[in-house]
Design a protein around this ligand. Structure first.
Ligand SMILES: O=P(O)(O)OC[C@H]1O[C@H](OP(=O)(O)OP(=O)(O)O)[C@H](O)[C@@H]1O
Ligand SMILES: O=c1cc[nH]c(=O)[nH]1
Ligand SMILES: [Mg+2]
Length: 216
């Protein structure tokens, strides 16, 4: 199932507009903070779909029965650009376990690239709710590769994939390469085009560079 939160009229679209805007996105502190705020919105929306337990909370005046999401999810992100988004989800799912995947595009001189997978640091994901985040879903190859690496750490109860901006092709690729019964894809926008270098158009540019600076 694909859920495009950008179709609703909400503050999410203002934050995504600031990520995209060439006159605003150069402020890297604001760029990271907007990704974090977007992570908080996704966390809140995803929490509505998670299992709840009833807890009895003692107040100074009595006992309140409260529906609390349980158990906490595992939040996994793809370095580097996933980090501020990860922080946003962790601000709300503050008892979450955490996983990190080191994977990045390595370009050849002719403009083609492969995804270089370096490392996975993860707890068991068995029988847990797994939330895998990356702001950009371009071809979808980083996301599918990261998910397959995580699935070597167990079979999650449910998988939530979060991307802030997805290309139509990347979304189709991810849907085709994941189990529809067990996966929900959450996005904030679906853009129509991939450039010859497989950048999302209109997209926002290079999310990792905008958040953390250019790399060699
Ligand atoms: O859907 P795909 O075609 O796989 O592309 C998307 C990937 O590219 C970006 O990472 P990048 O390789 O630029 O690494 P970075 O975060 O270190 O900049 C982005 O954050 C995704 O991980
Ligand atoms: O559009 C894109 C594609 C890959 N990575 C990005 O940061 N942006
Ligand atoms: Mg990048």
């Amino acid at each position: 199932m694909v859920i495009n939160l950008g179709e609703q009229s909400s503050l999410l679209n203002q934050f995504i507009a600031e990520l995209r805007d060439v006159n605003i996105q150069g402020d890297s502190l604001r760029f990271r903070r907007n990704l974090e705020r977007i992570g908080e919105i996704f966390a809140y929306e995803i929490s509505k779909t998670m299992p709840f337990g009833i807890e009895e909370i003692t107040t100074p005046l009595g006992v309140a029965k409260v529906k609390i999401p349980s158990p906490p999810p595992v939040i996994a992100s793809i370095l580097r650009a996933g980090l501020p988004l990860h922080d946003g989800l962790l601000n709300y799912f503050d008892k979450a376990e955490n996983a990190f995947i080191s994977a990045a595009r390595v370009y050849n001189p002719d403009g083609t690239f492969r995804i270089q997978f370096d490392n996975l640091s993860s707890p068991s994901v068995d029988k847990k709710h797994l939330i895998l985040v990356d702001p950009m879903l371009a071809t979808g190859s980083s996301m599918v590769l990261a998910l397959n690496a995580l699935l070597e750490r167990g079979k999650p109860e449910h998988i939530h994939i979060v991307s802030v901006i997805a290309s139509k092709d990347g979304l189709d690729y991810t849907v085709a390469n994941t189990d529809p019964k067990n996966v929900t894809i959450w996005t904030g926008a679906v853009d129509p085009v991939l450039s010859p270098k497989k950048y999302i158009v209109p997209g926002l540019g290079d999310a990792g560079d905008l958040a953390f600076g250019k790399k060699l």
